[in-house]
Design a protein around this ligand. Structure first.
Ligand code: NAD
Ligand code: DAU
Length: 339
């Protein structure tokens, strides 16, 4: 384990999105002497309500683009570390229009790395297990830090590109980089374009849930709070230049997750529509997080998926004002794609 790094000021890019905002709340609640500056462009996926109730002495919000080199130069002059969540994050959107993915995920990460190099700022890069491609359903293997990169979608290929930039900036320029590749997150404040909140909000609107393909694709679910604690462990204790995989042994196929949502909301478990499959749809993701657990002593808290899902359903039931405004446009986009 590296010597403990104790930043007092951190920049969180994408801190108004789903995982970024959950991370900001986690830091504010658990690291009382750390000040967070959130840098977020507030795209369709960013929402300032995600950060409400955080006091100004703990957090500063800056609306801006990670591709804006001048802005980064100013912000990086006054920070110890950057945790980089900002991205275009949805596979289906990347298939419909890859351009913003290349810009934000690749060019944006490049600009951040350049600013980190200039100002000698510690850089933690948030990435995804999707950079490794997919596994067969009957393959006992799971992804490890040594699995070769093999991304399938425009989204995952831009995330893979950004990971490689981060690795190069460590090796060539000595930027103090760490990278984490996490599996599918669930929990409060996830945009309703994503699988779990889309189905919950469909049911609340009396729309039938939509299942792609044969429903057997497997995702390895982790509660977003566990993602946050893992990122903090890597930021403060991780070895520079290293990659850590984050996962909580949560493999489930989509049809089982959908059945659990329907059952949890008191509906007939077969009351859903089969829809067109996603082009290039990855079959299975599975994470072996042994390195993170043994080297940094991290453990997930949310090991009961049924409980976590119940709380997540309740959050969407209790906060309709948070998601209702986006529902019509989200479903119109899916309808145009036959999904
Ligand atoms: P999200 O789409 O909910 O949020 C993305 C945030 O980034 C939004 O607040 C948005 O406004 C902001 N943003 C987008 N472009 C920007 C730009 N050019 N400049 C500044 N801000 C910009 O995404 P998420 O699901 O919270 O994912 C966050 C990160 O975690 C991403 O890097 C994603 O690849 C990674 N990740 C996500 C998951 C998952 O299950 N959702 C799993 C593993 C890794
Ligand atoms: O694995 C990590 C990745 O997880 C992150 O890098 C991405 O940012 C995040 O969006 C997520 O990607 P997925 O494509 O796995 O998540 P999504 O919620 O879009 O879909 C999960 C599964 O559910 C996938 O197999 C497709 C399927 N699906 C999705 C939707 C929206 C459906 O069957 N029906 C749907 O309506």
């Amino acid at each position: 384990m590296a010597e403990l790094f104790q930043p007092k000021k951190i920049i969180v890019t994408g801190g108004a999105g789903f995982i970024g905002s959950n991370f900001v709340h986690w830091v504010v609640d658990n690291q009382l002497d750390v000040h967070v500056t959130v840098l977020d462009k507030l795209t369709y996926a960013g929402n300032l309500d995600n950060l409400e109730a955080i006091s100004e002495d703990r957090m500063t919000f800056v609306k801006g683009d990670i591709c804006d080199a001048e802005l980064l130069d100013k912000l990086f002059a006054d920070t110890n570390a950057v945790v980089h969540f900002a991205a275009e994050s949805h596979n289906d959107n990347s298939i419909a229009d890859p351009e913003p993915f290349v810009r934000t995920n690749v060019e944006g990460t490049y600009q951040l790395l350049e600013a980190a190099r200039k100002h000698k700022v510690r850089f933690h890069h948030i990435s995804t297990d999707e950079v490794y491609g997919d596994l067969a359903l009957d393959d006992p293997a799971r992804f490890t830090e040594d699995t070769p990169y093999c991304p399938s979608s425009p989204y995952s290929s831009t995330k893979a590109s950004s990971d490689l930039l981060a690795r190069a900036w460590y090796r060539t320029y000595g930027v103090e980089v760490t990278i984490s590749n996490c599996s599918n997150n669930y929990g409060p404040r996830q945009h309703i374009e994503k699988f779990i909140p889309r189905q919950i909000s469909n049911i609340l609107y009396d729309i039938k849930p939509k299942l792609y393909g044969d429903g057997l694709n497997v995702r390895d679910w982790i509660h977003t709070e566990d993602h946050s604690s893992a990122v903090w462990a890597i930021l403060t204790k991780g070895r520079h230049g290293e990659t850590y995989l984050i996962g909580a042994d949560g493999e489930k196929n989509n049809i089982d997750v959908l059945h659990a949502i329907l059952e949890g909301m008191g509906k007939d478990t077969e009351d859903f529509d089969w829809v067109k499959d996603r082009p290039g749809h990855d079959r299975r993701y599975a994470i072996d997080s042994t390195k993170l657990r043994t080297e940094l002593g991290w453990l997930p808290k949310h090991t009961n998926f049924a409980e976590g899902l119940k709380d997540t359903i309740k959050w969407y039931e209790d906060n309709p004002q948070w998601w209702q405004g986006a529902k019509q446009a989200t479903e119109a986009k899916y309808k145009a794609q036959g999904q």
